[in-house]
Design a protein around this ligand. Structure first.
Ligand code: LMR
Ligand code: SF4
Length: 512
C-alpha cells in the first residue's frame, strides 16, 4: 500500500482547498435568492470569490482548517496501524506545506504541537466491511461552527417556541431553535446534521455522521425527509442571513438521522457546519492504496465569476457609504461611522485573538496600540528560506470569545477599531460608545480574499502562543469590512437577534 500516504495527502489538500460539488450547488442556490446590492449579496459574492481563489491557488478555503476527522472503511485484514501512521505523516506534510493550519493545542499547557499531531488529533475511525475496497472520508470542521453545536434533552423549554415534548414536534422545535441560536457566528449560511436518540455521545456522533450525506439526497425515512424539508424552508424565514447580516439565506442543508434511545433519555443533537463545508472522500485500491474514485464530486461543479464582488458593490453603492481608514485613527473619524457603512482599511493592522486578549489584560502590549486596528484572526503562515513570513490564509475568527476582555483592552491601549466576525455583546457595545470605538465585521471563512489584501508581514510578537495566537503586524490595502457595531449604541447583531427571535416565535404552534 505504498500509495496510501500519498492518497491521504491528496485527500487532505483537496478537502482544504476545493469545496465539494454538492456544497457549491447549494451556495449558488442561496446566491440566486439574495437581492443584488444588499450586504447579504455582497457577502455571498465575497464568499464565492474566495472559493474560486482557494481552488485556483490550492490554498485553504478558510484559515481554520478544523478538526481533521477521518472515517475509513477497510476490508478484513487491512493493516490499520500502518494506515494510521501514514495518515499522521500526510497530515504533517500538509501542515508543512501551508495546506493546514497548526491546529492541535495542548488543553492544559496551551502549547501548539505545530504539526497537527497530538493527544487525540487527528481523529481517525476505522470500520471493517465486507467489500474489497477502502473508503476514506475526511471532514474538516472549524472551531467557530463547532462552538455552535447544541444538544437538547427532551422535554425542554425552548426559547421562543415554548415546551418541547418527547415527540416529532418537540424535535422540530429543537432543530429550528438550533439555527436561531447559531445566528451568524458559525459563518452562516450553514449546514446542519441532526442526531435524534442515542446517549449524549452517540447522539452527537450521529449528528456529525449526517454531514457526510450528499446535500441533495433524500432521506429514506419519510417522516425525517418531511422534517428536513420543513426545517430548510422555515429556517430560511428567520432572516439571519449570510454572516448574520440579515437576508434570505440562513440554512443551506439539513440532514437528520435517528437512533434508538434509552427509555429515560431523549437527546436531539445538532452539528452546525459553516458554509465552508469541507468534506470529501476517496475510494482506494486495497492493494496499492491508490485513489480509484473521488466522492462528492459528481454532478455539476459550479465555478463562480471573479468580478462579482466589484459588480455587487457597485450595485449597492447608492445605499452604502464607503469610508477609508488608516491607523492611527482618531476618535472623530470613529464617531462618524454608522452601522451599515463599509470601511476600507489601508496601512497597518495587528492580529489578536484569545491568548493575546487574555495576555493584554495583565501585561503591556508589545507595540503602541494607540489609534490602531486589532484583527481577530489566526492566520496560516509560512516562512521562506530567507526567514520572511508569508500569509497563506487570513479570515476573521469569532469575536464573541473576546467579549469579557475587549472593552477594557480598547480603553487601556486606545485601540479604535476591532475587526472580527459574528459580532460582540453589550459590554463591548457600551465600551465602543464610551471610548469611541467601532466593530467591523469581515466575512468569515473568506481567508484567501483577505490574504490577498495583506501586502506585507512587518513583524510578529508573542510567538510563544503559537502561529494562530501570535500578534502578527500586517500591512494591508483595500481590506473591506462592514460596520456592524458603532459608537452610538447601534448593533446590527442585536437587531438581527431580536427580529429573528420574533420570527422564530411564529413557529410555536404544533405542526406534527
Ligand atoms: O479559528 C479560527 O480561525 C476561526 C474559527 O473557526 C471561528 O469560526 O471562529
Ligand atoms: S471561520 Fe467560519 S468558515 Fe472558517 S471554520 Fe470558522 S466557522 Fe467555518
Amino acid at each position: 500500500m505504498s500509495d496510501f500516504q500519498k492518497s491521504m495527502y491528496e485527500l487532505i489538500v483537496e478537502t482544504s482547498t476545493n469545496l465539494p460539488h454538492d456544497v457549491r450547488r447549494q451556495i449558488e442556490r442561496a446566491k440566486q435568492k439574495e437581492n443584488a446590492g444588499t450586504t447579504a449579496a455582497l457577502s455571498l459574492a465575497t464568499i464565492t470569490k474566495n472559493i474560486g481563489m482557494a481552488d485556483e491557488h490550492v490554498l485553504p478555503i478558510c484559515q481554520d482548517t478544523g478538526m481533521l476527522t477521518f472515517e475509513i472503511k477497510v476490508p478484513v485484514g487491512a493493516n490499520q496501524i500502518k494506515m494510521k501512521r501514514d495518515i499522521h505523516e500526510a497530515v504533517k506534510q500538509a501542515t508543512k506545506d501551508g495546506k493546514l493550519r497548526p491546529n492541535s493545542v495542548d488543553s492544559l499547557t496551551g502549547e501548539n504541537s505545530g504539526d497537527n499531531i497530538g493527544e487525540g488529533t487527528p481523529i481517525i475511525h476505522f470500520e471493517q466491511w465486507e467489500k474489497d475496497e477502502i473508503d476514506a472520508r475526511l471532514i474538516m470542521k472549524g472551531g467557530g461552527c463547532e462552538n455552535k453545536n447544541i444538544q437538547y434533552s427532551l422535554p425542554a423549554e425552548i426559547e421562543g417556541l415554548g415546551r418541547a415534548g418527547r415527540d416529532l414536534d418537540g424535535i422540530r422545535k429543537c432543530i429550528l431553535h438550533s439555527v436561531y441560536q447559531a445566528q451568524g457566528q458559525g459563518c452562516s449560511a450553514g449546514f446542519i446534521g441532526v442526531g435524534i436518540g442515542g446517549d449524549r455521545i452517540s447522539s452527537y456522533a450521529l449528528a456529525k455522521e449526517q454531514l457526510f450525506r450528499e446535500t441533495d439526497d433524500v432521506n429514506p425515512n419519510e417522516k425525517l425527509a418531511d422534517l428536513e424539508a420543513y426545517i430548510l424552508d422555515k429556517a430560511n424565514t428567520l432572516g439571519i442571513g449570510t454572516m448574520g447580516f440579515g437576508g434570505e439565506a440562513t440554512l443551506l442543508g439539513c440532514k437528520i438521522g435517528a437512533g434508538n434511545r434509552l427509555p429515560a433519555s431523549f437527546f436531539v443533537s445538532v452539528a452546525y457546519n459553516c458554509w465552508a463545508f469541507r468534506r470529501l472522500g476517496v475510494k482506494l485500491d486495497p492493494k496499492t492504496g491508490a485513489i480509484s474514485e473521488w466522492l462528492y464530486k459528481n454532478g455539476e461543479k459550479v465555478t463562480f465569476p471573479e468580478d462579482e464582488v466589484a459588480a455587487t458593490a457597485e450595485e449597492g453603492a447608492n445605499e452604502t457609504r464607503e469610508v477609508v481608514l488608516e491607523a492611527p485613527i482618531t476618535e472623530e473619524q470613529i464617531r462618524e461611522l454608522r452601522v451599515g457603512d463599509v470601511a476600507v482599511i489601508n496601512g497597518m493592522m495587528h492580529t489578536g485573538r484569545d491568548a493575546i486578549h487574555h495576555h493584554l489584560m495583565e501585561n503591556e502590549a508589545p507595540i503602541d496600540l494607540n489609534g490602531q486596528v486589532i484583527y481577530h484572526c489566526g492566520p496560516v503562515m509560512l516562512k521562506d528560506s530567507d526567514g520572511q513570513w508569508h500569509v497563506k490564509a487570513a479570515g476573521p475568527t469569532t469575536s464573541i470569545r473576546e467579549e469579557p476582555y475587549q472593552g477594557d483592552i480598547m480603553k487601556k491601549f486606545g485601540i479604535r477599531a476591532v475587526i472580527g466576525k459574528g459580532g460582540m455583546g453589550p459590554k463591548t457595545l457600551k465600551a465602543l460608545e464610551e471610548h469611541g470605538g467601532v466593530y467591523l465585521n469581515a466575512i468569515g471563512g473568506a481567508a484567501q480574499y483577505y490574504a490577498d489584501c495583506i501586502k506585507g508581514v512587518e513583524g510578529v510578537d508573542l510567538m510563544e502562543f503559537g502561529i494562530p495566537e501570535a500578534m502578527w503586524h500586517l500591512r494591508v490595502e483595500g481590506f473591506r469590512a462592514i460596520v456592524t457595531m458603532d459608537s452610538h449604541g447601534n448593533s446590527l447583531h442585536k437587531d438581527v437577534q431580536l427580529s429573528s427571535l420574533e420570527r422564530l416565535a411564529k413557529h410555536k404552534e404544533k405542526v406534527y
